[in-house]
Design a protein around this ligand. Structure first.
Ligand SMILES: Nc1ncnc2c1ncn2[C@@H]1O[C@H](COP(=O)(O)OP(=O)(O)O)[C@@H](O)[C@H]1O
Ligand SMILES: [Mg+2]
Length: 387
């Protein structure tokens, strides 16, 4: 439905140039979202896909393990949309062994993202409301070190920003002037607690509105995407926060950006909702498939190792450590498995001989081990974008 421009432009003169900053009207849209039979069906499909993901995740032998992997994959993908050059392997290597294979800023960025997400989830689980305050706390972690630490972590902006172009005058889009950001965000927060809508529609609308307001100097894309996972979990669509749309947005980057603009100028919220719901259905389906492949992989490897004679118990403990952290050094494997250094070394050697684990440095000291097949499943489509 075309509603026309869903806001107004505030014209100012900045640096001698005319700047039109866009101020959106508050959610929900008027007239309300058109839930045509087709759209209703899309919504139901998305909800069913989420339901399947939810039940698969409760049946998993170890849901925390999947959460660990998924959160990191999401952090890498979401950061890549913003140009981070870290791959998932780079990041896991950094996390487990402190060795960055890429510029430190890139891996630090991903690690901040994980911290922000963990913080948000923990706060929600303890009953803290999904609010601007929580969003700002997460933002403080997202930009705490590395790139962006001078971009007012944890605070809404007090200056004009813009998207695309080299200055507001030639920008693709100029978000609201700083003086109205507080008000826009207060209205945005009120909308979150307005219960009328399906949580999925709410997540879709709130994400887009958040990007339009662009309340921070940097990190708006990442916080806006984190917010989707947070809201779905908070509204109990998912017991585990396992749905991350960044891969979908990365695959369909042009369309994602196009819709962000189109909704604003044409008021076609429905076009965005359709895209978003397709994304949820696809992503939830992918997550179920991945969980099943990983479960099979782990089961097959475990079965093989169970036959490895007297040392089977030790080998299985090292295998468990590798399931928890697919990139590991021996010290960390010993700590996780509770085994002595010599036992871990023996267990790891057995895993290498079984072709399950590979040593990646080729050195004698400071060796690092990778659970190859596990990592390659996680790695699918996580290569950085070309600059
Ligand atoms: N034309 C647009 N209108 C509104 N939002 C946009 C537009 N183009 C991109 N965005 C959003 O802005 C994000 C980038 O903003 P930024 O503050 O740099 O976030 P981050 O640092 O996480 O990249 C994109 O990921 C996207 O979500
Ligand atoms: Mg940015």
């Amino acid at each position: 439905m075309k509603r026309g421009l869903i806001g107004r432009y505030e014209i100012s003169i900045t640096g001698g140039e005319k700047v039109s900053a866009f101020v959106p009207v508050a959610l929900p849209p008027a007239p309300p979202i058109d839930l045509s039979p087709d759209r209703q069906r899309k919504l139901e499909e998305a909800l069913m896909a989420l339901g399947r993901l939810d039940s698969v995740s409760t049946l998993l032998p170890d849901p925390l393990l999947f959460l660990y992997a998924y959160v990191r994959r999401e952090a890498v993908l979401s950061s890549q949309i913003e140009g981070t050059q870290s791959s998932l392997s780079d990041f896991l290597l950094f996390e487990s062994a402190g060795t960055p294979g890429v510029p430190l800023d890139d891996v630090v960025e991903v690690s901040n993202y994980v911290a922000a997400l963990d913080h948000g989830m923990t706060r929600l689980q303890k009953g803290f409301p999904l609010s601007n305050r929580l969003i700002r706390e997460m933002h403080a972690l997202l930009l705490r070190k590395g790139r962006g630490s001078e971009k007012m972590p944890g605070q809404f902006r007090r200056t004009q920003n813009w998207i695309g172009g080299t200055r507001p005058g030639n920008a693709r889009f100029v978000p609201p002037p700083p003086a109205v950001v507080e008000d826009c965000m207060a209205a945005w927060e009120r909308y979150l607690h307005d219960d009328g809508q399906s949580a999925l529609i709410k997540a879709a609308l709130a994400h887009l509105q958040f990007e339009t307001i662009h309340p921070f100097l940097d990190g708006n894309g990442r916080i806006g995407r984190l917010f989707i996972a947070l809201l779905l979990h908070h509204e109990r669509l998912l017991a585990q926060p396992l749905l991350y749309l960044s891969l979908f947005f990365k695959r369909h980057r042009q369309e994602y950006y196009r819709l962000l603009d189109a909704v604003r100028t044409e008021g076609d919220w429905e076009a965005w909702i359709d895209f978003f719901l397709d994304g949820v259905t696809q992503t939830a389906g992918d997550a179920v498939a991945t969980a099943q492949r990983l479960t099979t992989l782990f089961r097959e490897d475990t079965e093989r190792l169970q036959g490895s004679g007297r040392s089977a118990a030790t080998v299985l403990k090292v295998h468990t450590a590798m399931k928890e952290r697919p990139v590991l050094n021996l010290a960390e494997a010993a700590r996780r498995s509770g085994l002595t250094f010599p036992s871990v070394t023996k267990g790891m050697t057995a895993l290498m001989q079984a072709g399950i684990v590979r040593e990646m440095t080729g050195k004698k000291r400071g060796r690092i081990f990778v659970y190859d097949r596990y990592l390659s499943i996680l790695n699918e489509e996580t290569e950085p974008l070309e600059r």
